[in-house]
Structure formats: C-alpha cells, structure tokens
Design a protein around this ligand. Structure first.
Ligand code: HEM
Length: 510
C-alpha cells in the first residue's frame, strides 16, 4: 500500500472512533449486578467473530431482514442481547424492554451520541472536510459541533407552530400528486409498479418547498433530470449504510465497490442540493408577508449561509425516503383494512366536504383518526426499526454492567409487535391510539418511538407529520385505495417498506 493510501486508511479508522466521556448512567443495587461477560447473545467464533453470520450461504443474518433477525434474537436470548465480535465496530447491546429504554433515555447527557453512520461521519469530516469544516449539520455529527448546530436550528424546526405555516405549500405539492395519480392510472384505475418512486417525487417536492421555497417540478413532463438523480442517490445512500455498518468494514482500509458507490451517491446529493440551495440563496423572497422558507428563517436569525445550507442539505439527505416510505406503508395498510379506510374516509369527508376543499392546520387538528392510522402503521411497521445511543460511561443496564463505548440499540420494531406491550399486537387497530379508547391508556410511552426521543430526536418530525397527514388526507378524500395482489412482505430497502410492486388501485370518490 502506498504511503498516501496508508495515511487515508489511518484517518478513516480514527475518524469513526467517537471520543468518550466518563459518566455513570445509573447505579442500582451493585450486589445484583451481573458482569458484562454474562449478557446473553450469539457467540463469536475465532477470527471471524460474529461477522460470519452476515456471509452469504453460511450466515443466517440478512441485512434486508434485520427485523426477522431481531425477533429471532429476542426469542432465543430474551430482553437483553449482546452482539459482540463484529470486526471493526464496537459491541452492540440490544434492548427489548421499554423500561430499560426509558432509563437510558432519561439519563442522557447534554450531547447524546447516536451510534450510526460512521461512513457518513468519514464523508463529512475527512473526505469533504474542506466543504463542511466544523459545520457538519446534525446527521453523523457528535459532541460540541452537534450541540452548537442543533441548538441554533432547534426552535425553527421543532416548535409545533414551525411546521403549521407550511400547510398551504405542502397542500399544493400534495394536490400536484393527486393530479399525477389521476394521470398515471390506467383504465383499471391501477398505477404502475414503480409507484414508490412517484411518492419519492412528492416527498422531494415537499422538502424543496419547505426548506427552500422552490418548486422543482418533479411531476412535470420536462422535469429536470437532476430530480430523479437525487432520488436515486438518496436511495443508494440508504441501501448502503447498513452494509457498511454491519459487514466487516473493509472500507476503512481501502475503497470497496460499496464504499465507492456510497461516496458517489453522497457527492451527487451534495452537488445537486447545493445547486438548489445556492439558487435559493441568490433569489430570496421579496414580499413582506410571504412565508419564509426554513433556509430564509435560519438566515434571518443568524445570517449564516453555511449553517442554513448545511441544514437544508441534511433535510434533503434524510427527509425524502423516510417520509415517502412511511406514506407507502400507510397506504398499503389502509388498502389491506378496508373498514378502517372507510372510517378514515368518513372523518375526512366531514372535515373536507368537497374533493378540493382547502386544508388548514385547524382542520388537520381535528383529524384524530387520520393521526391514529399513521401512529398504528408506525407501530406495526416503523420505517426506522431501531435506534440507539452510545454509552459515554460505564453503566448498569437491565441488571448488567455495560462498559462505556458499547452501542445500546433500542429494538422498537420488535417491542411494538409484542402482545406484552400492545394488545393483539399483530392487528391493525388505529382505535387503540384514540384518547376515547381505554386501550390508549395501556401503552408504555417508550414502546413505540418512531421518531426517537430526547435531545437528539428527529429534527424533521413536525414537517414529517404535516407532510404525511396532508398527503393522506388529500388521497383518502379523493380516492378509495385498493391493492389486489398477494400480501406483501416488508423488508429494509432502504427503510422498512412493503417489498414489492406497489400497484395500488385508486378509485375516484366524489
Ligand atoms: C416518517 C418520517 C421520519 C421518521 C420515521 C424519522 C425518524 C427519525 C429517527 C428515529 C431519528 C433518530 C432520533 C433519535 O436518535 O432519537 C431521526 C433523526 C433525524 N431526522 Fe428524522 N424521521 C423522519 C422524517 C424526517 C424529515 C422529513 C426530516 C427533515 C426534514 C428529518 C430529519 C432528521 C434529522 C436532521 C435527524 C437527526 C437529528 C439529530 O441527530 O440531532 N427526519 N429521524
């Protein structure tokens, strides 16, 4: 290996090792505490550790079916499972008990460390260091740089009223989507099998409107080819993250084909988004009372175009596929549960009497059954199936000593599909989330957390909620959604999504 390559490999290796601080998470009765070595879990073998389990043919862990692997681990080992011996990465400890998850979250320090995407950390802090400098945004950024950034943008992104001002903008992109569905349907009312890509277009259009106040024209006949390139690159990025994270990280030593694909995707995302962002920076809104985009609101607060641009970049990176996969999943669940869809349609019809009645935040506020359908889908099939935190000190969790630096993974998908935490957990029952339903009092607050929790919870949650509610209200008001093929399996590609052609039928309603 040449000297230059050796230096690059060394930088990669150190850039993905988070700095640690010592802090005690909790100290229950020391006498009952078992040592770390006794945490149950699959045993590693010499040389290959537990990595062999991800190998084709011999291994029994498939990345696109981590949901099933997680369930198997829970059934075999119980509520705490250690996954050790994964070469090039710290041990992981899986938690399947919401009480334990609550304890970890409640004792988070001021700069919680979410142990994900070391490869993105490398991209932002080594590969494109000259671009990001010390303003890396929030995704895959930790410590003081994360805290400084997040505290500046938190209010703009997280206040409940922050998203509400964009109802009109999101409604207009959703109306474009309704028109697009009408255009795409064949004479059997069925849309083409790559319908998920159409939902991605809507989602990209919505983010561009909110973040930059720009219409990209994704649905136009003469759409800019960059819009599809961006959608494809975001997909490539998400598909390759788990491969780079869970398989032996050879990318830390040399440029593997997966790593090259991944870096190229990130470069495409950065270049295309920066074109849109720079255009928005050069063409600020002139009217006095017009709604400002997120970019403009950040500029108004801080006049820091770097901060505003990197926030918009992070929004494009993680705000497209998350939302669109959630919408695909909710539509699929509603197509499988006709009675629930009819309940939802009745609610929407009452609030939006005409197919083109205008939406407002007050009207959305009244759509409790709609919100319940969204929550129920996110419980059964959370698009992000697990989340985590890195321990920043030696801790005691679930009765075991856990050393600092271990990655604690909250297994939300498994937990929210257990009867112990949700009655008849396999059933799609939106009613369980309605305040008027006694079942709504039963849920453990940490058993279903689709947007995470605490200081690092999803920064785009308000926008995601608004986008999903708006587009679903419009779709269900305008169409009855059906799906007439064999039941779809779900897998991670790139989010937890129904796996197969989404050839929905959209039957128009009056
Ligand atoms: C259904 C849609 C979405 C889901 C399920 C989702 C889920 C999540 C989850 C689970 C996390 C980790 C939270 C934690 O560690 O506690 C997260 C973080 C994040 N999300 Fe979302 N998200 C969605 C949509 C969005 C959108 C639309 C945006 C941007 C507009 C966005 C921006 C972010 C950012 C920037 C973070 C990192 C926050 C930080 O580390 O400080 N998300 N999201």
């Amino acid at each position: 290996m040449s000297k230059k390559k050796l230096v690059q490999a060394f930088r990669r290796a150190i850039s993905s090792t988070p700095k640690q601080k010592v802090r005690v998470l909790s100290a229950s009765d020391k006498l009952d505490v078992l040592p770390y070595s006794e945490v149950p879990g699959p045993k590693p073998i010499p040389l290959l550790g537990n990595n062999w389990r991800f190998l084709p043919l011999v291994g029994d862990f498939q990345i696109e079916h981590i949901d099933k692997v997680s369930f198997r681990l829970y059934k075999k080992f119980g509520k705490i499972v250690k996954m050790e011996g994964l070469l090039g990465r710290p041990d992981m400890v899986f938690l399947f008990d919401p009480d334990d998850i609550e304890k970890v979250f409640r004792q988070e320090d001021s700069m919680p460390l979410r142990p994900s995407m070391p490869s993105l950390n490398y991209y932002k802090h080594v590969y494109r260091k000259e671009f990001f400098g010390n303003v890396g945004g929030v995704i895959a950024v930790h410590g003081e740089n994360w805290q400084k950034f997040r505290s500046k943008v938190n209010q703009i992104m997280m206040q409940p009223r922050a998203a509400k001002m964009y109802v009109k903008a999101i409604e207009s992109t959703s109306q474009e989507f309704i028109n697009r569905i009408k255009q795409l349907k064949d004479d059997q009312d069925e849309v083409p099998k790559d319908f998920l890509n159409e939902i991605h277009k809507w989602s990209l259009e919505a983010i561009a409107k909110v973040a930059l106040d720009q219409r990209l024209g994704c649905f136009d006949q003469t759409a800019d080819p960059n819009t599809q390139k961006l959608i494809d690159a975001v997909n490539t990025f998400f598909i390759n993250v788990p491969v780079l994270e869970l398989k032996i990280p050879f990318w830390k030593l040399f440029n593997t084909p997966t790593f090259v694909k991944y870096i190229n995707a990130l470069e495409t995302i950065r270049e295309i988004c920066m074109k849109y962002i720079n255009h928005a920076l050069k063409n600020p809104k002139k009217e006095e009372n017009a709604e400002l985009s997120v970019l403009q609101r950040v500029l108004k607060m801080d006049n820091d175009s770097k901060l505003a641009s990197i926030l918009a970049l992070d929004m494009f990176l993680v705000g497209i596929d998350t939302t669109s996969n959630a919408v695909a999943s909710i539509l699929y669940q509603l197509s499988q549960h006709e009675e629930k869809q009819e309940n939802l349609h009745r609610e929407i019809l009452r609030i939006l009497p005409e197919t083109n009645s205008q939406l407002t935040s007050e009207k959305l506020e009244q759509m409790n059954y709609l919100k319940a359908c969204i929550k129920e889908t996110m419980r059964l099939k959370p698009v992000v199936i697990g989340n985590g935190r890195c321990t920043t000190s030696d801790s005691i969790i679930a009765g075991y000593e856990i050393p600092k630096g271990v990655q604690i993974i909250f297994q939300h998908y498994v937990i929210s599909n257990l009867d112990e935490y949700f009655t008849d957990s396999a059933k799609f029952m939106p009613e369980r989330w309605l305040k008027t339903c006694p079942m709504s009092k039963e849920h453990h607050p940490f058993a279903s957390l689709p947007f995470g929790f605490g200081k690092r919870m999803c920064l785009g949650r308000r926008f995601a909620d608004l986008e999903i509610q708006t587009v679903l209200a419009k779709i269900i008001r305008n169409f009855k959604v059906e799906y007439h093929y064999k039941e779809l399996d779900y897998h991670i590609h790139p989010m937890y999504t129904p796996n197969g052609p989404l050839k929905f039928k959209f039957v128009e309603r009056k």
